[in-house]
Write a protein that binds this ligand. Structure first.
Ligand code: PLP
Length: 357
C-alpha cells in the first residue's frame, strides 16, 4: 500500500547515488576500503575500540552470540516488548530464554523485574535501548556483575548515542526505520579484542586469517555498496538527529493537551529515531485502520515477543502485564527527516479524530 505519509522514509541524496556509481566503476581497486572506513568512523563516533560491519542488525546479534559461544544450557534474559531478533538468535543457538517485562515509559527492560537464577550455564542480559532510550543501564551493569552475567547492548535504535559501552559488546542496525539506512545493514561493536577476532571469523563463513575454515558459519558480511552509502550518510548524522528531535518535540507540543494520549519520556540522554505514544483507553487496531484510510501509516510500536505463536507455545502461561498492555495500546507515528509541519499536523488531527470515534 502506498501512503501519503509513510511511517519512515530514508533520505538518499544525489551525492550518495554518485558515490555508489563511482564505487561500482572502481570496485576492484577499492575493495574493502569503504567497509573499513565505515567501521573506523562508527568506532570513533561511539568511542569504542572495534566495529565490524555486517549485513543486518539481526546477523550482528547472531554473529556476536556465536562469538560469545552462546549454546544449550546458557541463560539469556531479555525484554519481550521489542523486535525479536535477539530472542531468535539466542534461541537458534539453543539457549534458554527468560523474557522480562519492560518499563511503561521507557519501553526498556525494567531492572526491578530482573531476577537472575543460579545456573551452571553462562548467563547473559540483553539490554535493548528501545527507541533510542537508555534505561537504568548502571543498574543492569551492577546486576550483571553480582550474578556473573555478561551484559550485551542492543543499540539497533541508538546509533549516534554517545553513552559509552557499558556491556561487553553491542550492535547497531541500519534498517530503514533506524537513524541512517542503506536499505539494510548492521554492525557489532566491542572493546574486547578476543570477541572482535571471533566475530570476524563468524562473519566470514568461519574462515580464520589464513583462510582456513576453523568453525562452520554463515556469510554475514555487509555488501560494500551499503558501506558507500552509509559513509555518506554518517556525515549528516547530527543533522538527522536534530531534525528528528525537532519533529518529536513538535509532536509532543501538538498532542500534549490530549488526555487520551501518553507521550514518550523526554530527557537529555535519549534520541528520537521514532515517535511512539500510548493510548490510555483505546485499542490501536481501529486507529491504525482509520489512519490507513486517510493515507497515513501508523503501526504498533513493537512486537510482544512472548505472545508470538512460536514463543507462546514455549511459554504458554508467561504473563508480562506491561508488555501485553503496550501491545494493545502503543503506536508509532510517522517519523523521518523531511516530514513537513503540514504533514505532522495532518497526522495529529487525524489521530485525535480517530481517538474520539
Ligand atoms: C531492537 C532491535 N534489535 C535488532 C533489530 C534487527 O535489526 P535488522 O532489522 O537490521 O535485522 C531490530 C530491528 O528492527 C530492533 O528493533
Amino acid at each position: 500500500m502506498k501512503y501519503k505519509i509513510p511511517l519512515y522514509k530514508a533520505e538518499i541524496k544525489e551525492n550518495e547515488i554518485n558515490a555508489v556509481k563511482n564505487y561500482l566503476l572502481t570496485e576492484e581497486k577499492n575493495r574493502g576500503r569503504e567497509i573499513k572506513k565505515l567501521e573506523n568512523k562508527l568506532a570513533e563516533i561511539h568511542g569504542v575500540k572495534h566495529v565490524l560491519a555486517v549485513s543486518s542488525g539481526t546477523l550482528a546479534l547472531f554473529v556476536l552470540f556465536q562469538a560469545l559461544k552462546i549454546t544449550k544450557g546458557d541463560q539469556v534474559y531479555l525484554p519481550s516488548y521489542t523486535w525479536p531478533s535477539a530472542a531468535n538468535a539466542a534461541n537458534l543457538l539453543g539457549a534458554q530464554l527468560h523474557f522480562i517485562d519492560v518499563n511503561p515509559s521507557s519501553f526498556c527492560l525494567e531492572p526491578e523485574q530482573l531476577k537472575i537464577k543460579p545456573s551452571s550455564g553462562k548467563k547473559f542480559i540483553i539490554s535493548i535501548h528501545q527507541f533510542g532510550n537508555i534505561w537504568k543501564l548502571d543498574k543492569l551493569v551492577q546486576i550483571a556483575e553480582e550474578n556473573d552475567a555478561i551484559l550485551i547492548e542492543d543499540s539497533a535504535w541508538a546509533l549516534g548515542l554517545e553513552h559509552g559501552l557499558k556491556g561487553k559488546a553491542g550492535i547497531f542496525s541500519f534498517h530503514p526505520r533506524k537513524l541512517l539506512s542503506a536499505g539494510e545493514g548492521g554492525a557489532i561493536y566491542t572493546d574486547d579484542d578476543s570477541i572482535y577476532q571471533h566475530c570476524k571469523i563468524f562473519r566470514n563463513h568461519g574462515l580464520n586469517k589464513a583462510g582456513k575454515l576453523v568453525v562452520p558459519s554463515l556469510n554475514a558480511r555487509m555488501p560494500e555498496i551499503q558501506a558507500v552509502i552509509l559513509n555518506k550518510q554518517l556525515k549528516k548524522i547530527d543533522e538527522v538527529l536534530a531534525a528528528k528531535e525537532k519533529t518529536a518535540l513538535a509532536y509532543s507540543k501538538k498532542l500534549e493537551n490530549n488526555k487520551q494520549i501518553i507521550l514518550p519520556e523526554k530527557h537529555n540522554s535519549r534520541l528520537w529515531p521514532t515517535f511512539n505514544i500510548i493510548l490510555k483507553q483505546k485499542k490501536i487496531g481501529p486507529i491504525i485502520k482509520y489512519m490507513q484510510n486517510k493515507g497515513i501509516e501508523v503501526r504498533a510500536s513493537s512486537v510482544t515477543t512472548h505472545l508470538e505463536p512460536f514463543y507462546r507455545k514455549k511459554f504458554p502461561s508467561l504473563s508480562l502485564p506491561v508488555s501485553e498492555h503496550l501491545a494493545e495500546s502503543s503506536l508509532s507515528l510517522p517519523m523521518y527527516k523531511g516530514l513537513s509541519r503540514e504533514e505532522l499536523n495532518l497526522v495529529c488531527t487525524n489521530l485525535q479524530k480517530a481517538i474520539l470515534l
